[in-house]
Design a protein around this ligand. Structure first.
Ligand SMILES: C[S@@+](CC[C@H](N)C(=O)[O-])C[C@H]1O[C@@H](n2cnc3c(N)ncnc32)[C@H](O)[C@@H]1O
Length: 336
């Protein structure tokens, strides 16, 4: 006859066996349910990706029709900036470009193709803050230049992409400083500083790089930026300052147009040459609408747009309130 101790051990063993069987059964069942979800979208996308643009876009084509596609709108923003500046419409001489915040190289490639089509010699120096983006851009340029039948080593050696804080020239190493300063060579008939949707991030401010453009490079300026509506109420200005903190920009990064013009003049740009072209109508509503459509399209694959949904709300507010406006800025360095 089993003792009470045997009975206790038998009960415990039976209990543990039941827990184990339950655990294995539920693990098997839950594995079965999760085995095929929608996560294999990663296996079905084609790489390299068509593009890695990440600007706010200009959501109209050259005929003034709406653009629905993000890479097309991003490229259109570059097109509007260079058309406003009259860039590459010169004498076919050599062009120098210092491009700040070039992202993953889409704009670099567009500019390389433009220079190639114009048959004008060029030197391009790009500075961007994120090392992963810089590497992606280097791979992209190498891949596209080598695949192009009429481009080769000469084109590759005209493009220099560096990881650097473009807002703080004093932090650049010797190689970067020399590369940037080489753009001041008088052999270049045009010298340009380009900043496509990035300069509002610059800490402590835009000033150091504006001064570098005029004093060392004698370069003209073409950029896309965000400015503060000079009619904004104290409450709206407070919200705009809050937004700049959320965007991890300097608190006072959004300047009014008169403040912006004054800063450009103080940094050595010709006041009469300054163009500030407002393009708000063709920027924020197009981007907010696109994010909404993309969110719905990706939801079919259980992919979430995450933080971009918050950005959508912000762009809708920019569009509705006009507290923060989208502008293209062009200015010519004062003649020495
Ligand atoms: C909105 S994205 C625009 C990227 C690219 N121009 C485009 O149109 O796709 C802003 C870019 O500016 C870069 N950036 C921000 N602050 C920077 C800084 N201080 N120096 C260099 N790049 C900076 C970011 O890393 C990012 O690549």
């Amino acid at each position: 006859m089993p003792s009470s101790q045997d009975f206790g051990l038998g009960f415990l063993a039976g209990f543990l066996a039941a827990v184990l069987v339950g655990f294995i059964t539920s693990a098997l069942l839950s594995t079965r349910q999760d085995e095929y979800g929608l996560g294999h979208w990663k296996l079905n996308i084609k790489t390299p990706l068509r593009s890695m643009w990440m600007n706010v876009g200009y959501w109209r084509n050259e005929q003034g029709e709406p653009i629905e596609d993000f890479p097309e709108a991003s490229a259109a923003l570059l097109r509007e900036v260079i058309n406003t500046a009259g860039f590459a419409k010169g004498d076919g001489g050599k062009t120098a470009i210092l491009d700040l915040g070039f992202g993953c190289g889409d704009q670099t490639w567009d500019l390389v193709q433009l220079m190639h089509a114009e048959k004008s010699g060029f030197q391009y120096v790009g500075l961007s803050l994120d090392q992963y983006q810089v590497r992606a851009a280097q791979r992209r340029i190498h891949r596209d230049v080598t695949a192009h039948t009429a481009m080769g080593q000469e084109t590759l050696s005209a493009v220099h992409l560096f990881c650097a804080d473009a807002a703080r020239p004093e932090t650049w190493n010797r190689q970067i400083s020399e590369s940037v300063e080489s753009l001041s060579d008088q052999a270049f008939s045009e010298r340009w500083l380009l900043a496509l949707d990035c300069i509002y991030h610059f800490k402590p401010s835009r000033k150091p790089v504006f001064q570098l453009a005029t004093s060392k490079l004698h370069a003209n300026l073409m950029l896309f930026d965000l400015i503060l509506n000079d009619q904004a109420s104290a409450k709206d200005i407070f919200f705009a300052r809050l937004v700049s903190i959320i965007m991890r920009c300097p608190v006072k990064t959004f300047m009014t147009e008169p403040e912006y013009r004054q800063q450009l003049e103080e940094c050595g740009f010709e006041p009469e040459s300054i163009v500030m072209r407002e393009i708000t109508d063709h920027v924020f509503s197009g981007l907010a609408g696109f994010i909404q459509r993309q969110d719905a399209a990706l939801a079919e694959y259980s992919i979430s747009l995450g933080g971009f949904k918050l950005a959508q709300r912000l762009f809708e507010w920019f569009d509705r309130s006009r507290v923060v406006k989208a502008v293209i800025v062009v200015a010519r360095a004062k003649q020495k």
